[in-house]
Write a protein of this length. Structure first.
Length: 247
């Protein structure tokens, strides 16, 4: 029986049971498989990994594990330059786009509120989510680590926080999205880009108080919803400031 040692660093330990965190895990095997398969057999999705060192040398996911290997697995570094090594994360997309699994309806609305193209349906299958991510160059958002382990998925993010706004702040930080925010340009319900619409063309659809106090309106060309800067707009501005700061 062959043996290799694997150690995970930083937030990758979140995927491990407590007794395996921040220590070397001894893995046994008869036939050499890929380092990707070994990492995922321990519960860590490949989408969360950015650097693998084997005996001090950087390798990619296809490396075949050998007896006696010492394997170090790191997430994406925020403040350390690892440019001489092999980055395993794909190159950044020219436009950040997402697809969210069925448990992330509220996060989807928040992302659309910030202007990010985010696909969501409450009946997507795992296969459909993986295909939409792969074929559409979309980052797959999920709390299902098994979904992120699908070979076709190259861009994904496992969301650790379950509080309403914490996953949003987590994504903004991980993908450095603060400068890409263009709030209130998408429909929070169907993802379409909103269009300005003259007040007189929708006057019959407005409540008397809304018709009296507001003059600027936007229409969703897909679902027909109407948006204006009422009390809901002020609440959403406060939410945005809570995750990005007043700027």
């Amino acid at each position: 029986m062959k043996r290799a040692g694997v150690r995970f660093y930083a937030q990758l330990n979140d995927f491990l049971p407590p007794e395996r965190r921040t220590r070397t895990i001894t893995c046994t095997f008869d036939v050499s498989g890929s380092v990707k398969d070994m990492i995922e057999s321990l519960g860590v999705p490949h989408t969360e990994v950015d650097l693998i060192l084997v005996n001090g040398h950087a390798v990619d996911f296809t490396y075949r594990v050998q007896a006696g290997d010492r394997i170090s697995v790191d997430p994406e570094f925020q403040s350390i330059d690892i440019s001489p090594h092999v980055h395993l994360r794909p190159q950044p997309l020219p436009e950040i786009r997402f697809v969210a699994d069925t448990h992330l309806r509220r996060l989807t609305a928040y992302l659309r509120m910030l202007g990010f193209d985010t696909l969501y349906r409450n009946d997507y299958t795992d296969g459909e989510l993986a295909t939409l991510s792969a074929d559409g160059d979309r980052i797959l958002l999920t709390r299902d680590r098994g979904l992120l382990m699908r070979a076709v998925v190259t861009r994904g993010s496992y969301l650790r926080n379950t509080e309403p706004t914490r996953p949003l702040a987590e994504l903004l930080q991980r993908f450095d999205l603060a400068r890409a925010i263009t709030p209130f340009r998408r429909c929070m319900h169907c993802n379409a880009v909103l269009c300005p619409i003259p007040k007189e063309t929708i006057s019959d659809r407005l409540l008397p108080q809304t018709r009296q106090h507001f003059n600027e309106f936007y229409n969703c060309p897909q679902c027909g919803r109407i948006y204006w800067k009422g009390s809901h707009y002020r609440r959403m501005r406060r939410l945005i400031e809570s995750v990005t700061g007043p700027s």
